[in-house]
Design a protein around this ligand. Structure first.
Ligand code: SAH
Length: 309
């Protein structure tokens, strides 16, 4: 029997809606979702500067063509609930023959050069940038595929600091992308934690795929589980999580997990939230060294001062 696919596509221009819609669509298919940025444009240094609205596509295997209408109704219903909270454009549906699916699939994924030295490569593709350090990922989550501005901003810090940072902590590791990139850029060991156990599984798989599994410890949980890790303080600490969570983490002692002279990279911050996060960081005794922005997303980079004697 030939394998048919139902493609669901919709164009969205709000990161939070992208995430919410992705969560719904992912329930219907074991396949990774595809994200296509309409204005994907890099500057002369290959930094992605303009992404534009994103088209999210889900590919759902169909037992037969007759299954499509019922499936379509279930998806419409699930999206209807989301729209009640926050309106977004309607989705389109297409039934794909196996050949069309193979083609759509290939086009949906491509290696993404990031910053000066990195490239994120979907697991089944060759790396067309042999001079760049490749992070090989199985995509499938909105976060941690390298496409999100907050991830790219954090990777910029990885490029700058990983080689001089033997120990790395990654709080909210997701796909593991930041920890894996840091290890491939010269860090010796990393610990990643995430409150989502599924993320830990995905990160573990990605660590193995990038041959860094023996140097990356992954634990389900948050700051509290670091006591079970080989180390609980880093020369380089990432936290790419939403701003209110970053503020909570400061209240839980985030700054103490950064070694003296170490670097803390905070991403996932919307521009208007930056002052509150910056205040929490200052109160924790950290010194700001960079503030990078891409669209409405900001990353704040801090150094923990040496202990006074
Ligand atoms: N580090 C990846 C993923 C960022 S998404 C990247 O840069 O792309 C943020 C992740 O933080 C999610 O996987 C989420 O499950 C996790 N998270 C949310 N709150 C957390 C908390 N309090 N402690 C640890 N992880 C948390």
């Amino acid at each position: 029997m030939k394998e048919l696919w139902l493609e669901v596509a919709l164009q969205l221009d709000d990161d939070e809606v992208v995430e919410a819609v992705s969560e719904v669509l992912a329930r219907f298919t074991p396949r990774p979702l595809a994200y296509e940025y309409t204005h994907l444009r890099a500057d002369e240094r290959n930094h992605l500067v303009d992404l534009g609205p994103v088209t999210v596509r889900a590919y759902i295997p169909l037992g037969s063509e007759d299954d499509a209408p019922a499936l379509q109704r279930r998806i419409q219903e699930a999206l209807h609930y989301l729209r009640a909270i926050r309106p977004f454009p309607h989705e389109t549906y297409r039934i794909l023959e196996p050949e069309d699916w193979a083609e759509a699939w290939k086009q949906a994924y491509h290696p993404i050069p990031i910053g000066e030295r990195l490239v994120v490569v979907p697991a089944w593709l060759e790396n067309p940038y042999p001079d760049r350090v490749a992070v090989v990922l199985e995509p499938g989550m909105a976060f941690g595929t390298g496409m999100h501005p907050s991830t790219r901003l954090a990777l910029r810090a990885a490029e700058r600091y990983a080689a001089q940072s033997p120990r790395v902590l990654d709080i909210g590791t997701g796909s593991g992308i930041l920890a894996i990139a840091a290890l491939k850029l010269g860090a010796e060991r990393a610990v990643g934690v995430d409150i989502e156990p599924l993320a830990i599984e995905v990160a573990r798989e990605n660590a193995r795929r990038n041959q860094v599994a023996d140097r990356l410890t992954l634990l389900p949980g948050s700051l509290d589980v670091l006591e079970n890790a080989p180390f609980s303080e880093g020369h380089l600490v990432f936290a790419n999580i939403l701003a209110p969570i970053l503020e909570d983490l400061f209240a839980q002692g985030l700054a103490e997990h950064v070694l003296p002279q170490g670097i803390l990279v905070l991403s996932g911050i919307l521009a208007e939230q930056a002052p509150r996060v910056a205040r929490a960081a200052r109160e924790a005794g950290l010194e700001e060294v960079h503030r990078w922005q891409e669209g409405e997303w900001v990353a704040l980079v801090y150094r923990r001062p040496s202990k006074r004697s």
